[in-house]
Design a binder for this molecule. Structure first.
Ligand code: ZN
Length: 571
């Protein structure tokens, strides 16, 4: 066998893997690739593994741009191919011209953003970037009952955390005068009328395809009634589009365009009482703000006809309206209607509870914004409704945190193990298997260990197991106190390897989320509090750092004055 050949192949694939994962190659992935290639030449994995490990360490010390240029020189085809595999690029837009595309994200300021908003905002933002266009953040705040002051800023914070930047920002409610002018235009053209029928009667007429009497009032009367609406002297009336009460698409059966809402607005107070509906405000704003490619979720599809009819009547430019399916995650509700009662009943701790798919919940749990973006883009923008497994988002997160997370010892649900004749061992252990720049720490062991109860349950008196990376222990006694004795250093094939923590470890809790809903019922076991012991160097971890507890999972740490808490991010 030729060491040189292994080195050369290892270097190539270490570079490729590093370029793919933000500059840090994963030795396991590289080993797998190199073995797959060289085993054809009869080179054994035993010879390959140590060489690859050294090469990966070397490559990981090189900055990403140097790694990329070296790979480009050595094997450009590897660079291109791997990039394509991970390139979740969005399909081309219809009628899109570079530099002229304008997209917008139009949240209602009524709550913290969740994964569904992340999809909309990321798609809108990425398209604007793809075409060197403009991205607008527009607060659709024309329903005072669905707008709260705190959420304008809270939603902006959420977007910034996602890495989204907008070129322009405004509130639809600031354009109300313009909306009133356009409403008046519609009335004058005979395309809208004021209706004061009871909501029940309107509903009945829509169902039966019947017109109400107001529909036949003349323009003059409609204009004066519209002015009464605005001037606060009329109650219980709405402005409706003169659509078609027999249209098979019920969304066209004279939809409401404006209604009276007396609740003060968080920005404008009681200045206005007549507010446009989503049908009117959405269409008008998309058009007058210059949006070329607005997206909305598929459940609005039937309302498209109304959108274009309105713009037709108003002689306004028509954007390329696009639709995609709503994003749903198995067992995780996104609607405020479902989340709010959980908070009120204290079944979840708040909008940032780690079981919720709010951006704040995901952040607290240790999901990286870049993972959310990759996850969203990997799902594409199809119109097919589907429920996605959270595991896919976890997998994207793992790709990002694995190269950068320090490794620590943690024993969940521990029991105490006493070892007779235990040597005092002082070990220096690296914080990362491949990246030496993370440094190392010293762990000292005596004759007391914390070990997982679940592992101990598998063993019986007389069995020999291995304390991982340390030595073998033979079980002497298991009733009540667990007693073992030192049983040599030499690795025994197939013996159980057990994660341990030394006596000076720190007790801490890790919170692990499980599905919040199972078959639509609240899961009262959705938050698992895992008590465990972590090696004492966890004290030096900064709040918000994501680390890997070996054989347990990735965990975001909160290092508080009197306690350390972990939140389980992903396996
Ligand atoms: Zn009526």
């Amino acid at each position: 066998m030729s060491i040189e050949k292994i080195q050369k192949t290892a270097r190539l694939y270490a570079l490729q893997n590093a370029v793919q994962f933000s500059g840090k190659a994963n030795p396991k992935a590289v080993v797998g690739k190199v073995i797959a290639i060289l085993s054809k030449d009869g080179i054994s994995p035993k010879d390959i593994i140590p060489v690859v490990e050294t090469v990966v360490q070397e490559v990981n010390k090189i900055p990403l741009d140097k790694q990329t240029s070296e790979l480009k020189k050595l094997a450009p085809e590897l660079l291109v191919r791997e990039k394509k595999e991970r390139d979740y690029s969005l399909p081309d837009l219809p009628n899109a011209v570079k530099g002229k595309v304008v997209t917008r994200f139009p949240p209602e300021p009524n709550g913290f953003l969740h994964i569904g908003h992340a999809k909309a905002s990321i798609v809108d933002y990425e398209y604007a970037k793809k075409y060197d266009g403009k991205f607008i953040l527009r607060f659709d705040d024309t329903n005072p009952e669905n707008a709260e002051l705190e959420f304008y800023d809270a939603q902006k914070e959420d977007l910034k955390w996602l890495g989204i930047e907008w070129d322009e920002e405004y509130r639809t409610s600031d354009n109300l005068k313009k909306h009133y002018e356009l409403a008046e235009q519609l009335i004058k053209q005979g395309h809208a009328y004021v209706c004061d029928c009871s909501p029940d009667f309107v509903k009945e007429c829509r169902f039966d395809g019947k017109e109400c009497e107001c529909r036949h009032d003349d323009v003059e009367l409609n204009l004066s009634r519209w002015k009464e609406m605005l001037a606060s002297s009329a109650y219980g009336c709405v402005l409706r589009l003169k659509g078609d009460m027999k249209c098979p698409n019920t969304a066209m059966r004279d939809p409401t365009l404006f209604r009276i809402i007396e609740k003060p607005h968080p920005i404008h107070g009681s200045k206005y009482r007549v507010w446009p509906t989503y049908d009117f405000a959405g269409a008008v704003e998309d058009s007058i703000s210059g949006v070329t490619h607005p997206f909305r979720t598929k459940e609005y599809e039937l309302r498209d006809e109304c959108y274009f009819k309105l713009l037709d009547y108003l002689k306004l430019r028509k954007p390329n309206l696009m639709e995609f399916a709503r994003l749903s995650i198995e067992g995780m509700p996104v609607s405020k209607r479902k989340i709010k009662p959980l908070i009120e009943k204290k079944l979840v701790s708040g909008f940032d509870d780690i079981r919720l798919p709010t951006l704040r919940g995901l952040k607290k749990r240790g999901i990286k914004p870049e993972a959310i973006k990759q996850f969203i883009l990997s799902q594409g923008i199809s119109k097919v409704e589907s429920t996605v497994d959270f595991g896919l988002l976890e997998a994207e997160n793992r790709k990002l945190v694995d190269p950068i997370a320090k490794r620590y010892f943690f024993v969940p649900y521990p029991v105490v193990l006493y070892v007779e004749n235990a040597p005092d061992v002082t070990k220096e252990i690296s914080f990362h298997p491949s990246n030496t720049s993370f440094g190392s720490r010293i762990i000292k062991t005596g004759n007391v260990f914390y070990v997982p109860k679940s592992d101990m349950d598998k063993l019986e008196k007389g069995d020999i197991f291995r304390l991982k990376d340390l030595y073998n222990v033979k079980i002497l006694k298991k009733d009540g106190k667990i007693l073992g004795e030192h049983a040599g250093e030499k690795l025994i094939q197939d013996s159980l390897k057990i994660q341990w923590a030394s006596e000076d470890s720190i007790e801490m809790n890790v919170f692990k989320p499980h599905p919040l809903f199972i078959d639509d019922n609240y899961n009262d076991k959705s938050l698992e509090k895992i008590r465990g012991f972590a090696e004492k160097s966890v004290k030096d971890i900064q709040t918000d750092e994501i680390v890997q507890f070996e054989r347990f999972g990735f965990v975001r740490i909160e290092n508080k004055k009197d306690e350390i808490i972990g939140y389980f991010s992903n396996k």
